[in-house]
Write a protein that binds this ligand. Structure first.
Ligand code: NAP
Length: 267
């Protein structure tokens, strides 16, 4: 479970370095002021440039932010994880991360990475630890490898056309008090489309994207990325939207969860 400072709707930063820098910084700050205080980044994004943009954006807002970053699997040895964390902290201009994740399962033994993450908690460089792109079997292994800290989060692909995690992964996480953070809520670049979304949006006087976010946030934290203030304003507006049972049913029928187990999706 995540600290209660984590907002249900957060902000992603993958490819943020490709946007106009000043506008991207402004968009992140606007998002924070509109309540999207969870910011998700990673050493991988723009080879550290996304973290630098986040660092600039939150320099005077740090205490309001729930800051998430990730170590690359290729760096996730015991020493490598600790060094990667220090580099991220420097780029982010802070002395702690609220949540530090292993970006996806890699070749370094999971026990070694988890030991490094626990050492970072002990040194107060990291408050909570987790993983990303872990299926149930890998998650179980990671959870059991931890000796002192709970596994707080699994960040996984979750959008309307990829609801596979609802079958086994979300129930497993609920059972073990692991927060599920859904990435690419708009499908990255291929946004799911259906008349049902337009109909629900019209009924609720909301936008289609707000309806999507509200639907997904029933089961997971949602972290849409946007480098545009206009889009950030729209995304933040999803927090005010609560879908009725009829809305949920209609979206569920348009984008059904798979009827059988499927491998964990990943971008
Ligand atoms: P996404 O959030 O599903 O979609 C981002 C795209 O949607 C961008 O092109 C963005 O463009 C556009 N957009 C956002 N809000 C919009 C709005 N209101 N109206 C119109 N367009 C809008 O994709 P994502 O970046 O892949 O996923 C979100 C975050 O999840 C990432 O940034 C990253 O932090 C995380 N993630 C994690 C992993 C992992 O392996 N752990 C993998 C993928 C992503 P503009 O910027 O122009 O608004």
């Amino acid at each position: 479970m995540l600290n209660k400072t984590a907002s249900r709707f957060g902000q992603g930063t993958w490819m943020l370095e490709k946007d106009d820098r000043e506008q991207a910084v402004g968009a992140l700050r606007l998002g924070v002021n509109l309540g999207m205080t969870l910011i998700d980044t990673a050493e991988m994004y723009g080879s550290g440039r996304a973290e630098e943009i986040v660092g600039e954006a939150i320099a005077d807002l740090r205490e309001r932010i729930f800051l998430v970053s990730k170590v690359l699997p290729s760096n996730a040895s015991y020493d490598g994880t600790r060094r990667a964390c220090d580099r991220s902290l420097q780029r982010l201009r802070t002395d702690y991360l609220d949540l530090y994740l292993l970006h996806w399962p890699g070749a370094h033994p999971i026990g070694e990475t988890m030991r490094a993450l626990e050492s970072l908690v002990k040194e107060k460089k990291v408050r909570q630890i987790g993983v990303s792109n872990f299926d149930v079997a890998a998650l179980d292994e990671a959870r059991r490898a931890l000796k002192h800290e709970p596994l707080a989060c699994n960040q996984v692909l979750y959008h309307l056309k990829d609801r596979g995690i609802e079958r086994k992964l979300i129930p497993y996480c609920a059972q073990h008090d692991i927060a599920v953070m859904g990435y690419s809520p708009f499908g990255h670049h291929t946004m799911p489309k259906h008349a049902a979304l337009t109909q629900v949006a019209e009924r609720r006087q909301a936008t289609v994207r707000q309806v999507m976010l509200a639907f997904l946030a029933r089961a997971a934290f949602a972290i849409p990325k946007s480098g545009s203030p206009e889009h950030v304003r729209e995304n933040a507006g999803a927090a005010a939207l609560s879908l009725t049972e009829a809305d949920v049913r209609e979206i569920d029928q348009a984008f059904p969860a798979p009827a059988r187990d499927v491998p964990l999706g990943m971008l």
